[in-house]
Every structure is written in C-alpha cells, then in structure tokens.
Design a binder for this molecule. Sequence first.
Ligand SMILES: Cc1cc2nc3c(=O)[nH]c(=O)nc-3n(C[C@H](O)[C@H](O)[C@H](O)COP(=O)(O)O)c2cc1C
Length: 307
Amino acid sequence: MAEMTLKIGGHAFKNPVFTASGTFGYGDEYEDIFDPALLGAVCSKGLTRFPREGNAPPRLMETPAGLLNSVGLQNMGIEPFICEKVPQLIEKGISVIANIAGHSTEEFAEMASLCNESPGILAVELNVSCPNVKEGGMAFGIRRQSVSEITGACRKALQKPLIVKLSPNVTDITEMAEAALESGADALTVANTLLGMAIDVEKRAPAIHNVFAGLSGPAVKPVALRMVYQVKKAFPHAVILASGGIVSTRDALEFFMAGASGIQIGTGLFRTPDLPLRIIRGLEEFCDENGMRTVSGLTGLAIKEMS
Ligand SMILES: Cc1cc2nc3c(=O)[nH]c(=O)nc-3n(C[C@H](O)[C@H](O)[C@H](O)COP(=O)(O)O)c2cc1C
C-alpha cells in the first residue's frame, strides 16, 4: 500500500485528503456516515473572534455545476470552539485544522495565538478572503501587502504549522502566493470561492440577500486547477492544498499532477457525503496500480519542465 502521509510545517497528517472549511461543520457532524478520524484533517468552519449569526437568507443557491454561498461566517466563535468543541474532537481522534477569519491583522494574530493553547489544533488556516474592516471592507486576500501583513503577524504569534488560504479573485495568484510564502506560510490552500451572483428575474432583484456570493463546485475546477499549476510552477517547493470542485478521484489526481500535495473536499460532500473516503481509497488504488510507493510522487507530474 502506498505511503499516504503529508507533512506540513513539521506535522505529519495521516493522509492528504482534508475536508474544506464551511462544508463539514466543526468536525463530527458527519460521524453517522463515516469516521472523520480517517481523514487527513478536518478544516473547521471559519472561526471569528466572537460568535456570528451570518448573513440573512437567501444565502445559498445552486447553479449549473456549482453552488453560490453567502453564509457570512456563521460560527460559535473561536473560544467556545477551543474550549468546548476541540476536546470532543481530540477524544474521537479527529485531526483538526482551525480556519480563522479576522477583521484586522491584530485580530488574526490574536486568534492565531489563542490556537497555541489548544493541543488538539494541529495547524491554522488563514481565510484571507474576508473583509478588512479598516480598509472599507475590501478582502485582505486581493492585496499583496495585506496578505504579507496577516501572514507575518500570524507567523510570529503561532507556534504551529501555518496555512494561508488564497483568494482566487485576483489577477495574478502567484503574487499572493509569493507574499504568503515569503512571510512564513508553511502551506497554501489554492483557492477559496470565486465571487459570483445570480438574479431572481421574477423579483427583478439579486437572488442572494447579500447580492454577491462565493461560487464553488465543479464549475470552478478548471480555474482552481490552473491556479494550483501556476503556483507550483512558480514556487516548486510550495506545499499546496487544492480546493475547488473536487468530486471524484480523477479530479483529485488532476490536482496532484498539477502540483498539489493535498486536497480539500467541499461542495462535493453535499451530494456524496462519504466522498473523502472514496477518494482516499481511489488514490491508494491508483498508486498501487501504477507502482507508486508514495502519494507524494504524484505531485506536479503533469507540470511541463518539472516532469
Ligand atoms: C457553504 C460553504 C461555506 C464555506 N465557508 C467557508 C469558510 O467559513 N471559510 C473558508 O475559508 N472557506 C469557506 N468555504 C470555501 C470552501 O472551503 C472551499 O474552499 C470552496 O468551496 C471550494 O471548494 P469546493 O468547490 O470543493 O467546495 C465555504 C464553502 C461553502 C460551499
């Protein structure tokens, strides 16, 4: 059987298949369907400093091959997550990555530092797609300077592996990747949802209460795949977690071959709740059938000049 571990900043995750933030609850909601301890890790729902109710409905809408969401970071807040939820998850053997979203650089750093005190949190993922309150609500992740600042501040505050989840809503993803890597990120998640919208023709109004929403699912896969390829080609040593439209082992294989070292499964869970397990088995089988001793051997195989 192929070796499946994935190392990020000194921590070895048991396999490279994670669930994506916001699509798998806090980590144990799916346990009637499969044992979440079998996953490489669970990325928590996006956590904020204080509890949030999220945006008003309608905030979810299916599109051809995709999903629009504008949940607006509804969550219990980081302290209840650390004090109440993480101890339960540790007991169940679930590997937890805390996905955090701050309103300012200082708030990001404060939350990162709170994670140091929770042994069950194995790594922190920064959601830089959230709005920067001090800069009029513009997403942090679309400015190189903000990505550098948040990553640098969290790197100083955190004594655990640090993952930066990039926004795809930029002209040049490699610029943001460089900013995060230079400022101390151990890995990059490529990428969050693409900004989109829908119109309710009968109401002559936007279909989503918040007007704009994040597009995910198979519709975004070619875009996410292109970004993974670009980032890996520009930074061959970067550890990339691919996120965007993965719904089959074949999709996962494409992302590995484009340069990913691990994958995150999100929207695909809503149609096939045990999808991560199927993909873990599918990757093991592919490696065995192709005489590969490690899943990491797949990374970047399709990159021209690298293979
Ligand atoms: C309903 C929903 C909620 C999400 N919430 C978050 C979140 O809180 N934090 C975050 O970083 N990403 C969030 N995402 C983005 C996903 O983690 C993932 O990066 C994105 O959906 C692309 O992957 P997919 O096509 O496999 O879903 C959310 C996505 C969906 C569909």
